[in-house]
Design a protein around this ligand. Structure first.
Ligand SMILES: C[S@@+](CC[C@H](N)C(=O)[O-])C[C@H]1O[C@@H](n2cnc3c(N)ncnc32)[C@H](O)[C@@H]1O
Length: 300
């Protein structure tokens, strides 16, 4: 081989980064010849075009070392903070998910993400919906007491997009190809919808709370409510209006709704859970107990 490429293989650094041509670093260090700098045993001036390219890459990598270390430190700090907030144990700087699987969880509240809405979504919105579902899975997986999570009508495009995410087969989630009406007794079902006149005040173990897996930028107003009525199942909205005044409709994203329910299942009040998860907007006003007279904007 004319270019000595077998020695120029990339290797992993301690931090797991790939250092280009680390073998060359040794050569540079070990050589005590003044003025003759070597790269992988070859004088710099005699490097081929390809070796010069690798040499430059190596120099750049060395140059950015400090910056990279600082970034890694920041990342680790953020990771630790996240782990602290979510009760995740950290060993050797690697956060470990608690072995809190749904079957061992003391929380028996069931949440069903209804994935039967694909026909109403563009591919872009479908991807957004799936991203939110993935976030829901991650939140539930990290919870101390995960809720009983079901994905229903898990077929077609939904399935395809989720399965593209490596490892989803092993997710601790109940995947169902069937519709929720074919899985759960009708009297256990409650479709969550901001259009319902019923306001949820507490979560019950034997109920299945359905969240519509729909991202539609409100193009289909009231569609989940209509579906629940047509199917003859209960429905309910989150008690947002009891604590907050919103200038816009109280329609939240799929994962915001889930995260509110999760926090409530963990013992937070609805007010606290909604406050944590509502988008920080100027038009979200906290209603005081004495009501109306004083309304303070929340976290803006
Ligand atoms: C983006 S919303 C879909 C809105 C849809 N255009 C509609 O009007 O039904 C996604 C899902 O979040 C849930 N959701 C959003 N805001 C809610 C609220 N304030 N109360 C209860 N559920 C809500 C519902 O289950 C809804 O299907």
């Amino acid at each position: 081989m004319s270019e000595n490429t077998e020695n120029i293989a990339n290797t992993h650094s301690e931090s797991g980064e790939i250092a280009p041509a680390q073998t060359e670093a040794k050569e540079v260090e070990l050589t005590n010849l003044p003025h003759v700098e070597l790269f992988n045993g070859i004088e710099i001036s005699k490097l081929t075009k390809r070796q010069t390219k690798k040499y430059k890459k190596y120099l750049k990598w060395e140059e950015n070392k400090k910056e990279r270390r600082a970034k890694q430190k920041e990342k680790l700090k953020a990771k630790k903070e996240y782990a602290r907030l979510h009760n995740i144990k950290i060993t050797d700087n690697k956060p470990l998910l608690l072995k809190n699987t749904m079957d061992k969880s003391p929380c028996k509240i069931s949440i069903c993400i209804d994935l039967s809405w694909s026909d109403l979504m563009t591919d872009k919105d479908m991807n957004k919906a799936i991203k939110q579902v993935i976030r829901i899975y991650a939140e539930n997986r990290r919870a101390k007491a995960p809720m009983q999570l079901h994905l229903t009508t898990f077929v077609g495009k939904n399935k395809e997009v989720i399965r593209k995410h490596g490892g989803s087969e092993k997710w601790d989630v109940n995947f169902h190809e069937s519709h929720y009406m074919d899985i759960f007794p009708k009297d256990r079902l409650i479709y969550l919808t901001s259009d319902s006149t019923n306001v949820i005040q507490k979560l019950e173990d034997d109920k299945v709370y359905i969240i519509g897996g729909l991202v539609d930028h409100n193009a289909h107003k009231g569609i989940c409510y209509k579906k629940a009525v047509e199917e003859g199942i209960s429905h309910g909205q989150l008690p947002i209006g009891e604590y907050f005044k919103l200038k816009q409709r109280k329609v939240l994203t799929i994962n915001q709704v889930f995260e509110i329910l999760l926090r409530v299942s963990e013992g937070k009040s609805f007010k606290e859970a909604i406050e944590i998860n509502l988008p920080k907007r100027k038009d979200v006003l906290l209603i005081n107990k004495t009501e109306k007279a004083s309304q303070e904007p929340i976290s803006t």
